[in-house]
Design a protein around this ligand. Structure first.
Ligand code: WQD
Length: 338
């Protein structure tokens, strides 16, 4: 069965391609290579022995999207990762984010609406909750006004999909709200490609550990948390990838309860920045050079998932601990620097 993975050469996308292939799906990848590399295909093949079909397409080009679906009429499902995702950049370049994250989604949905049945998995984010009032965060926590155009594109994306599913009976969709993805495939054949200075905590830690970065700046230590640093729910990217395949199969097998569903994907456990640093020091045996600096604008204090819905309804649970995820991130960093 043919599945299209947009952004399939990206961090979460490539790990999901591996899990789809492990489950016997035939995978087609569309990627514009703006934040990935074609070499990722070699890593996927090294793990599964199967080479996914890859087409370099910019989804902003409507005719290219139309032609792709004309050529591949037997695509049964789409997992849509392709989007710009840097919070800070989205504040500086809102139109780039609205065009790339929303325009492309509309083109994809228009193609799927032509099919007699289509299953769609959308890459969303816990960012839609903003600073939630209650921990752990459930799926019915209110969506708050986004703090960035990036977060807004995730909120708008969910609404666009929900509205479309209401009037296109053939379309069934699931939005997966990720908490903080981290780590790499245990084979160290694929992982988070380091392009530019990492905005996210974990790649910055591993790059500091391997000597690429001088020092980690910890953005604030006077938050109302156990050690004053922010709390997040760090989930292993392989656990996240497996959840995508389970969600897709739920739709392909018509097991969904509604034509649009939402699930949080996290471990259900919060970790502070300093706990993540300690995890790195434990798994690497290295002391991390860091300093406490001012808070980063837009950061929320804490976010960790209530995972009951995904556990009970999807039958999925994150298996990796923070240390196991950090070990995989470190092994990947060491491998790509060797
Ligand atoms: C985590 C914690 C920082 C870097 C964002 C997006 C989210 C998703 C994941 C795309 C925070 C602290 C970080 C550093 C630090 N992205 N930190 N020093 O902001 O929770 O989530 O990335 O889908 O949608 O919102 O992740 O890794 O940037 O930060 O102290 O050099 O680490 O303050 O508390 P975040 P993050």
């Amino acid at each position: 069965m043919k599945i299209l993975v947009t952004g399939g050469l990206g961090f979460i996308g490539s790990h999901t391609v591996v899990e789809l292939q492990n489950q016997g799906f035939e995978v087609l990848i569309i990627d514009d290579l703006s934040n990935s590399s074609e070499k990722v295909i070699d890593g996927i093949v090294a793990i599964t022995g199967k080479k996914p079909l890859f087409e370099k397409i910019d989804l902003k080009e409507k005719s290219k999207v139309e032609n792709f679906f004309k050529k591949h009429t037997d695509v049964k499902g789409v997992i849509h990762f392709a989007a710009s995702k840097a919070v800070g950049e989205s504040v500086e370049k809102p139109l780039l984010y609205y065009e790339n994250n929303i325009g492309t989604l509309v083109y994809l949905l228009k193609e799927l609406a032509k099919k007699n049945k289509a299953s769609f998995i959308f890459s969303s984010s816990c960012t839609v909750y903003g600073q939630a009032d209650k921990m752990p965060i459930t799926e019915d926590a209110p969506v708050k006004t986004a703090e960035s155009p990036y977060g807004n594109t995730k909120q708008m994306g969910e609404e666009i999909i929900a509205d479309t599913c209401k009037v296109v009976p053939a379309l069934n969709a699931i939005a997966l709200r990720y908490f903080n993805p981290m780590g790499a495939h245990p084979s160290a054949e694929i992982g988070e490609l380091p392009i530019g200075v990492p905005q996210n905590l974990v790649p910055f830690i591993t790059q500091t550990g391997v000597g690429m970065r001088e020092q980690l700046s910890v953005f604030g230590d006077d938050y109302p948390t156990i050690d004053g640093t922010c709390v997040r729910d760090y989930i292993h990217v392989v656990d996240l990838a497996k959840a995508h395949v389970i969600a897709l199969k739920r739709l392909l097998e018509d097991k969904n309860d509604a034509n649009y569903e939402v699930f949080n994907l996290g471990t259900g456990k919060g970790s502070t920045v300093l706990e993540v640093v300690k995890s790195f020091e434990k798994v690497s045996g290295k002391k991390l050079n860091y300093k406490i600096v001012d808070k980063r604008a837009g950061d929320i204090i804490e976010a960790y998932a209530n995972t009951e819905k995904a556990n009970k309804v999807l039958g999925w649970k994150a298996e990796s601990t923070l240390d196991e995820a950090m070990k995989s991130a470190w092994d990947w960093e060491v491998k790509i620097r060797s």
